[in-house]
Design a protein around this ligand. Structure first.
Ligand code: WQD
Length: 379
């Protein structure tokens, strides 16, 4: 069967690279990536190609377009490429992952967040419709729930935006419904509300390595365990109404999360999943495990996985944190056939550290980094 041509925006990043890998492993998609390397490196695509080629026994290639979604010509060029090259069938769908995603930073740089996460995304949809491409999977976030009235959180939980970042996700979901309602016979849109992505491909060759000190708990724990020091590990509050007083989150293995994107892409042609959302075919699904884990549980889990003896200090709550964000995953399971199969053990899976003196490559806790020739830290 001919492969569909799919564009993954942000495909060099932590989540994007795992999504690209899943698409390649399925052998059902020709994959293109646009990425501006703002928080990733093209090297990760080479690694994804290598992993996919090894695991499928066939050479797998990605069409990588170094570009910026804010530049219309960069986006146009990809659609034109697929209309004039390969099978000349054009792009069949887009998985839109590229975004700025730090809650705290979004309050300092709201214009950057609205430009990147909303303006550029709207422009992408405009280019899509001009090229007759109407299949769209959107990377949304559990952050759209704010502090939910009940946990586990179902998709019908009220959308509450408590940061510019959260607003970019909530506002864009509403825009997607408007767009789908305007052309119900054309657009097919699924928004995926990620809970807390964690872990990486067991090879350790792709993973999460944000520039600078990680904001998020898991990459921070991973990097501390192999010697990156960022001072005392702080636990932000232990007076929350949770089983041990520390915040509870739904940590979903990034490979399960990536598989969820395939489930969504495969479900788009099915009319029945949209039966309850009115004329326009746009719908949101949670991607989570349904199991909440506290900060202390995750520290203990990573201690077991790495043997590293974390020392931490309980400090004041971090502004904006909510006690518990745990998904009700039932709808995605029922309608997309989505099921998480990895747990804490896989999230903490530990690769033997092997120092590669040629470029001081170290593999650790699914995070990987090496100092390239220019000394830049790349993934
Ligand atoms: C998890 C828990 C912290 C660091 C964020 C974004 C969200 C989404 C996922 C994009 C919290 C605690 C953390 C530390 C700590 N990103 N913590 N000490 O805040 O649930 O979600 O990433 O969509 O939008 O908000 O993840 O990993 O930052 O924090 O105690 O040094 O770990 O307080 O309770 P969070 P996180």
């Amino acid at each position: 069967m001919a492969r569909s041509n799919v564009l993954v925006t942000g495909g060099s990043g932590y989540i994007g690279s795992h999504v690209v890998l899943q698409l390649l492993l399925s052998k059902r998609y020709n994959v293109a990536v646009i990425d501006n390397s703002a928080n990733s490196h093209p090297e990760s695509i080479k690694r994804v190609e290598a992993i996919a080629s090894e695991e499928t026994g066939e050479k797998q290639q990605v069409r990588l377009f170094q570009g910026d979604l804010k530049k219309r010509e960069d986006v146009e060029s990809i659609f034109t490429y697929f209309e004039q090259n390969e099978d000349k069938q054009g792009l069949n769908g887009v998985i839109h992952i590229a975004a700025l995603k730090a809650v705290g930073e979004s309050a300092e740089k709201p214009v950057d967040y609205y430009l990147n996460n909303i303006a550029a995304s709207i422009q992408l949809l405009d280019v899509m419709r001009q090229h007759n491409c109407f299949n769209f999977v959107y990377s949304s976030s559990a952050t759209v729930y704010g502090e939910p009235p009940k946990v586990p959180i179902p998709e019908e939980s009220p959308l509450q935006h408590e940061s510019p970042y959260a607003r970019t996700k909530v506002f864009f979901e509403y825009m997607l419904k408007d767009i789908a309602n305007a052309q119900p016979d054309k657009w097919r849109i699924i928004s995926l509300r990620y809970f807390n992505p964690a872990g990486a491909h067991p090879s350790g060759r792709i993973g999460e390595d944000p520039l600078g000190k990680p904001n998020n708990l898991l990459p921070l724990l991973a990097q501390i365990s192999v010697g990156r020091s960022y001072g005392q590990l702080k636990v932000f509050g232990n007076d929350y109404p949770t089983y041990d007083g520390t915040c509870v989150r739904d940590y979903i293995h990034v490979m399960d999360l990536a598989a969820g994107h395939m489930n969504a892409l495969d479900a788009l042609p099915k009319d029945d999943i949209f039966h309850d959302v009115g004329p326009g075919k746009a719908k949101a699904y949670n991607l989570g495990t349904g199991q909440g884990q506290s900060v202390l549980t995750m520290i203990e889990s990573m201690r077991k996985a790495s043997g590293f003896d974390y020392q931490y200090q309980i400090v004041d709550r971090r502004p904006g944190d909510v006690p518990n964000l745990t998904a009700d995953p039932a709808l995605a399971q029922k309608e997309l056939g989505f099921k998480t199969i990895r747990g804490l053990e896989e999230i903490g899976a530990y690769k033997d550290t092997s120092a590669d003196t040629s470029n001081t490559q170290r593999i650790q806790h699914r995070d990987i980094w090496y100092k390239g020739s220019d000394g830049a830290s790349v993934v």
